[in-house]
Each structure stands twice: as structure tokens, then as C-alpha cells.
Design a protein around this ligand. Structure first.
Ligand code: 5GP
Length: 184
């Protein structure tokens, strides 16, 4: 039977890398492509990383109730299309949603069988050092991010599983234990 997994994690924790490595080994899992109103970053491709929508297009999808869940994060909108999830489940595919903790808890309310997994940094100190190491943000922006991260970690207490990303190999191995044992 196909299953829905939701993976969340603080920004800077490396969850994208962990999921990418997991998918290389498990092609029977599909990663959902969300819609967003944020600008495209270098190297990103429409339809691969996200469906990049204008605020008007996004609002139309909200009004037409096309989203399973949607949330605002750092001033941009992000949403998961109901049709994508429905099609995967109909095809018997396992799905991974990589979304924020608010979205994850909304999905759990709608689909109680969904398995929620949170990826933690090895420590807050290390995450803070990584954020500061980028030298791209003001002190105010860093403090805002750290506050958001603490809130995400607080929300993660309601998740089914947490994984510490100390090394990518260990985190992938932990993901495999959870995701491959959860299939009947
Ligand atoms: P980024 O802009 O760095 O790609 O993503 C910012 C945050 O939005 C991340 O925490 C990511 O997991 C979350 N996100 C991406 N897609 C969705 C979505 O469809 N719904 C929700 N609720 N969050 C999302």
C-alpha cells in the first residue's frame, strides 16, 4: 500500500541533501513538487524544484481549493496540490512532502495515516554557526531565523519521528528504517 511521508526540518539543516540521497536509493518514492510565490533561485527549474506562481495565480488556486495545505513562510506562499498527492496514491506510489511544520501538522489532521518526520541539526550551536558562516544576513535576520527554527523544533514534538542529521549517511540510514518499515 502506498504511503505519505512528510519531512520537515530547520533551514540550513541539510534536509534537501538527505532526501536527495534517499531518493537515489529508493526510486519507488516520489517527491512532491510544491507551488510557491518566491522567486526562482539560481539553478532551479520550473516544474522540477517548484511550480513558480505569481501571487495572483497562487490566490486563484487557494480560491479554487486546489491545495491540500498551504502556508506562508518568510513572506512567501507555499502549497501542495491535492491533485499531485491523489494521483500518486492512486498509482500506488509512496510520496514525500518536504514542507514546513505548520503544513505538516495540517496534513496530519487531514490524513492521519501520514508519517511525519523532523530532521534536527546536531545542535543549535552548530546550526547558528552555519547560519553565521554564510555571512549573507544581518544580525536581525539571523535572530529572526533562529526564532523561527526554535518554533519549528517546538512543533516537531508533535511529529512521529525525529532524526539528527549528524552525517548524511546516518540520516539516510535512519530515514530508511522509518520509511521502509512503514510500508505494509
Ligand atoms: P525554500 O524557500 O527554502 O525552498 O523553502 C522554505 C520553506 O518552505 C521550507 O521549510 C520548505 O520545507 C517549505 N515548503 C516548501 N514547499 C512547501 C509546501 O508546499 N507547503 C508548506 N507548508 N511548506 C513548504
Amino acid at each position: 500500500m502506498s504511503k505519505l511521508f512528510v519531512i520537515s526540518g530547520s533551514s540550513g539543516v541539510g534536509k534537501g541533501t538527505v532526501i536527495k540521497e534517499f531518493l537515489k536509493k529508493h526510486p519507488d518514492f516520489r517527491l512532491s513538487v510544491s507551488c510557491t510565490t518566491r522567486g526562482m533561485r539560481d539553478g532551479e527549474v520550473h516544474g522540477v524544484n517548484y511550480f513558480f506562481l505569481s501571487r495572483e495565480e497562487f490566490k486563484l488556486c487557494v480560491d479554487n481549493e486546489e491545495f491540500l495545505e498551504w502556508a506562508e513562510f518568510s513572506g512567501n506562499h507555499y502549497g501542495t496540490k491535492k491533485s499531485f498527492v491523489k494521483d500518486c496514491l492512486k498509482n500506488g506510489d509512496n510520496i514525500i512532502l518536504e514542507i514546513d511544520t505548520k503544513g505538516a501538522l495540517n496534513v496530519k489532521r487531514l490524513m492521519p495515516d501520514a508519517v511525519l518526520i523532523f530532521i534536527l541539526p546536531p545542535s543549535m550551536e552548530e546550526l547558528e554557526a552555519r547560519l553565521r558562516g554564510r555571512h549573507t544576513e544581518t544580525e536581525e535576520a539571523i535572530q529572526k531565523r533562529l526564532a523561527a527554527i526554535k518554533l519549528e523544533i517546538e512543533n516537531s514534538k508533535k511529529f512521529d519521528h525525529t532524526i539528527v542529521n549528524d552525517t548524511v549517511e546516518n540520516a539516510v540510514c535512519e530515514l530508511e528504517k522509518i520509511m521502509c518499515n512503514n510500508q505494509q
